[in-house]
Design a protein around this ligand. Structure first.
Ligand code: AVJ
Length: 320
């Protein structure tokens, strides 16, 4: 725990490299190799993600930001005077600025796996909001849904924007939402973004932008593993693949091997044959009703849901 500014405390709970090696070895072995989407986010990946959010094809960020701009005051009125905001996977902490401006809470707790990204974002935020105490936690939010003891307080507003919830498969999602319910605690609430089902063409375009940012972001997962674990992926011979799977109502992202790949995983070596696809991400798409039902199943009481006129994106507010 480090005091970086009078109003900024930094907690470093970044998972150890040996855990990363074990997890990656496990998920890359077997018939359906995969990588957890958290591996997108190192310093380079977080910067690429920020560029994706500004690309013309990627509608979620600008749509949700519009909803937050329009409704921050209305949400504030519904919640009374929320004092603590916790945000798992906070990234560059851009969206929360709208809430900090409108709500003026005492305390903000971003949790983010990408250390440089979190340090930059939280330093800037601490300067811009001198009256908010920031407890920045560098951690895998899947593991640290239980915050450091000092930060466990009930009555929190858990802010989970961006449709990050779409990364979870249905059964893991149900468990994770229960975890968020527990994190919010008695008197707390959840403000969560969920991307909506829409025409396949628009979804496919959002994950195959013309500038190639999403392709670079996807491939960066392998650069990240090469840098941290010296895996020796031949990234020039991997291809970005992203498509909407309408049976599962999700975007799938994969990296396809264009030649046999000899991978180094610590002491072990692994061959991925040409044509093999590594599944790197699912991004589920919801309906307003299906998502409300999931919130109820996790123990929440939905208060309201806001959508844009084109019905691209939804923002749900629910009581814990
Ligand atoms: C951060 C998980 C919400 O699923 O749209 C963007 C990540 N992947 N482009 C999403 C992402 C490819 C994003 N989430």
């Amino acid at each position: 725990q480090q005091q970086l500014r009078p109003n900024l405390t930094f907690y470093d709970l970044y998972p150890p490299t040996k855990d990363m090696l074990a997890e990656v070895s496990q998920s890359l072995s077997g018939a359906n190799p995969s990588l957890h989407p958290k591996y997108f986010y190192d310093e380079t990946g977080s910067a690429l993600f920020d560029r994706i959010t500004r690309s013309p094809e990627y509608y979620p960020t600008r749509t949700e930001t519009g909803l937050l701009t329009d409704y921050a005051e209305e949400i504030h009125a519904r919640l009374g005077q929320p004092q603590i905001i916790a945000e798992p996977g906070a990234g560059s902490c851009e969206k929360v600025r709208l809430l900090l401006d409108a709500w003026q809470p005492r305390h903000y707790m971003p949790v983010e796996i990408s250390r440089e990204c979190l340090l930059d974002a939280s330093r800037q935020l601490a300067g811009d909001f001198p009256n908010v105490h920031i407890s920045a936690v560098c951690a895998d939010y899947c593991q640290t849904i239980a915050m450091p003891d000092a930060l466990k307080q009930s009555g929190q507003v858990v802010f989970f924007p961006g449709s990050t919830i779409g990364n979870f498969e249905p059964s893991a999602r149900a468990d994770f939402l229960k975890g968020l319910h527990n994190l919010a605690g008695a008197g707390g609430a959840l403000l969560i973004g969920a991307d909506l089902q829409k025409a396949n063409t628009q979804l496919n375009a959002a994950y195959n932008d013309a500038e190639g940012l999403t392709a670079a972001f996807n491939l960066n997962a392998l650069h990240h593993l090469n840098r941290k674990l010296d895996c020796q992926f031949d990234t020039a011979n991997m291809r970005h693949v992203a498509f909407y799977n309408s049976d599962h109502q999700r975007i799938e992202m994969h990296l396809e091997c264009l030649c046999d790949q000899h991978i180094q995983l610590g002491e072990r070596s692994l061959i991925l044959n040409s044509g093999t696809r590594i599944h790197t991400e699912n991004s589920y798409k919801f309906t307003e009703q299906s998502f409300s039902a999931e919130l109820i199943a996790a123990g929440f009481k939905p208060l309201n849901c806001w959508t844009d006129p084109q019905n691209l994106f939804s923002l749900h507010l629910a009581q814990a």
